[in-house]
Design a protein around this ligand. Structure first.
Ligand code: HAM
Length: 430
C-alpha cells in the first residue's frame, strides 16, 4: 500500500464542524464591514516577488526568511505566494486607477503564506481579513479603523483584548530618530546579539522589536521615536487619541510598537490578548502614506489593518462562542424506484421554497434510513414508500415527538412551513 500523504506542515485542513463556525464568523464580519462602508476586493494569491520586496522592505523577517518565492519554470518569472494583502491591494488599486474615483474603503479576506516556525496561533498558511482605506489623510480615518476593531470585538462578545498604539511619525522624523538610535546602539555594540549587529545599519528600528529577553533593558533605554515627532505628527496622533477617548476605548501607548513591515508611518496599532499564549496579536495595522507612491502610483495617503482569523476564532471560542451545527429542516427517506423518483421531485420543490433538505442517497431499508434521519438532527423525516409513491403523497414524521401524518406532495411545502414555525414557537424562537 502506498504511504498516505499529509498536508504541508503549518497548513491546516478546516473540517466541517470548524468550517461552519468560519462561515458564521465571515457573515458577521461581512455585515460589520458593510456597516462602515467597506467594499470587497479579491486579489491573486501569487504576485511578482519584487512587489513584496518593495512594499514590505528587504530587511524584514517576512522578506528575508518567510516568503514562499519561486521561479515560474515556464517563463522564468519570479513569483511569491502573498505573505500579506496590503501590497497586493495597493498594487491593484494603482493598476486599476481606482483612486481616480476618489477615496476607497476596501476589504479582502483569504489565505496568506509565511514560512514561519509553526506553533499554536502561528501557521504557514493563515487567513487574514484585511481592511484598507485609501486616499484619506486625516486622523479621523485612523480613529475609525480602530473603532471598527472595538465594534467587532463587541459583536463577537470578545472582551479579552486590549489596544496598543504608537506613532511612527514621518520619514524625516524617523531619520532623525534613527540617527540617535544608531549612535546609542553603537555605544552599546557589545550588548547586541548577532541579529542586532547585522541590523544596526540596515534596519536599526527593528532591533527595538527584538524578542531576545537579554536585550530588553538595552532596548528599553533607547531613544524613543515619540520624542522626535514634530508638531504635525504629534497633532495627528493626539487627534486619534481624542476620538478614542471620546468613544471610551481604553488604549496604552507602546513606544516599542514598530510593526514588522516597513511601509508604516504615523499611527500604528495592535489589538492584543493574553489568552492565546505567545501569539497574542489578533489584529494589527496603521497608516502607510508612502506606499502608493512607492509602488508607482500618484502619492496618496492610506491606512488599514488586518485581522488574524485563526487567532480571533480561537479567542471567540475561548469567550464562549456557540455556533450551532447546521442541520437540515427535513431528511427524506425513500424505498423503491417510484419512491426514488417522487423523492427527487419533492426535494427540489421544497428547496425551491427555501427549505434545507437532506435526501437519502445510497439505498438501504427504511429502518437504516430512519437511523440516518435521526442522526442528521433534522426536525422531520419525510417518508416515501411504494404506497405513498402510488398516491403522490408523503408521510411526515416528526423526529422529536408528535403524530405522523400523510399529505399530498403538492401541499407539502405549506404544511412544512406551518410545522417548522410551530417548532420555532415552541422553542421560544418567535
Ligand atoms: P501583520 O501584523 O503582519 O500585518 O499581520 C496581521 C495579523 O495577521 C497579525 O496580527 C496576526 O493576527 C495575523 N498573522 C500574521 N502572521 C501569522 C501567522 N503566521 N499565523 C497566524 N496568524 C498570523 C499585516 O499583514 C498588514 N498587511 C496589516 C495591514 C493592513 N496594515 C495595513 N493594512
Amino acid at each position: 500500500m502506498s504511504q498516505t500523504l499529509q498536508a504541508v506542515r503549518g497548513m491546516n485542513d478546516i473540517l466541517p464542524d470548524e468550517a461552519e463556525t468560519w462561515d458564521v464568523f465571515e457573515e458577521i464580519v461581512r455585515s460589520w464591514l458593510r456597516s462602515y462602508g467597506y467594499r470587497p476586493m479579491r486579489m491573486p494569491l501569487v504576485e511578482p516577488t519584487p512587489l513584496f520586496k518593495r512594499a514590505i522592505g528587504e530587511v524584514t523577517d517576512i522578506v528575508e526568511k518567510e516568503m514562499y518565492s519561486f521561479v515560474d519554470s515556464l517563463n522564468g518569472d519570479e513569483l511569491t505566494l502573498r505573505p500579506e494583502g496590503t501590497a497586493s491591494c495597493v498594487r491593484a488599486v494603482i493598476q486599476h486607477k481606482m483612486l481616480h474615483a476618489g477615496p476607497q474603503r476596501l476589504y479582502y479576506h483569504g489565505p496568506m503564506y509565511r514560512h514561519e516556525r509553526p506553533q499554536k496561533g502561528r501557521y504557514r498558511q493563515f487567513h487574514q481579513i484585511g481592511v484598507e482605506a485609501l486616499g484619506l489623510a486625516g486622523p479621523d480615518i485612523d480613529a475609525e479603523l480602530i473603532l471598527m476593531g472595538a465594534r467587532l470585538w463587541d459583536d463577537l462578545a470578545i472582551d479579552d483584548v486590549r489596544l496598543e498604539l504608537n506613532s511612527l511619525g514621518s520619514a524625516d522624523e524617523r531619520a532623525r530618530h534613527r540617527g540617535a538610535l544608531v549612535d546609542y546602539l553603537q555605544a552599546h555594540h557589545d550588548g547586541l546579539d548577532e541579529d542586532g549587529r547585522r541590523r544596526l545599519h540596515s534596519n536599526p528600528l527593528r532591533i527595538l522589536d527584538t524578542k531576545n529577553p537579554e536585550l530588553q533593558s538595552l532596548v528599553e533605554a533607547a531613544p524613543k521615536l515619540i520624542d522626535f515627532l514634530g508638531e504635525a505628527s504629534m497633532a495627528h496622533f493626539e487627534a486619534v487619541q481624542q476620538v478614542l477617548k471620546d468613544a471610551g476605548i481604553p488604549f496604552a501607548i507602546n513606544p516599542r510598537l514598530v510593526r514588522g513591515l516597513d511601509y508604516y508611518n504615523r499611527t500604528v496599532f495592535e489589538w492584543v490578548t493574553d489568552s492565546l499564549g505567545a501569539q497574542g496579536t489578533v489584529c494589527a495595522g496603521g497608516r502607510y502614506d508612502g506606499l502608493v507612491e512607492q509602488l508607482g502610483g500618484k502619492p496618496a495617503p492610506a491606512a488599514g489593518f488586518a485581522i488574524g482569523v485563526e487567532r480571533v476564532l480561537a479567542l471567540w471560542r475561548a469567550s464562549g462562542e456557540t455556533t450551532e451545527r447546521m442541520v437540515p429542516d427535513a431528511y427524506l427517506v425513500h424505498v423503491g424506484d417510484a419512491a426514488g423518483r417522487l423523492a427527487f421531485r419533492v426535494a427540489e420543490d421544497l428547496r425551491a421554497c427555501g427549505f434545507d433538505v437532506l435526501m437519502h442517497c445510497g439505498g438501504g431499508s427504511f429502518k437504516s434510513q430512519m437511523k440516518k434521519a435521526d442522526g442528521s438532527g433534522a426536525e422531520l423525516a419525510l417518508l416515501i414508500g411504494e404506497d405513498e409513491a402510488a398516491a403522490g403523497e408523503v408521510s411526515l414524521k416528526p423526529l422529536r415527538g408528535g403524530e405522523q401524518q400523510r399529505i399530498s406532495a403538492d401541499r407539502l411545502a405549506d404544511v412544512l412551513m406551518d410545522r417548522l414555525l410551530q417548532v420555532e414557537e415552541d422553542d421560544g424562537g418567535i
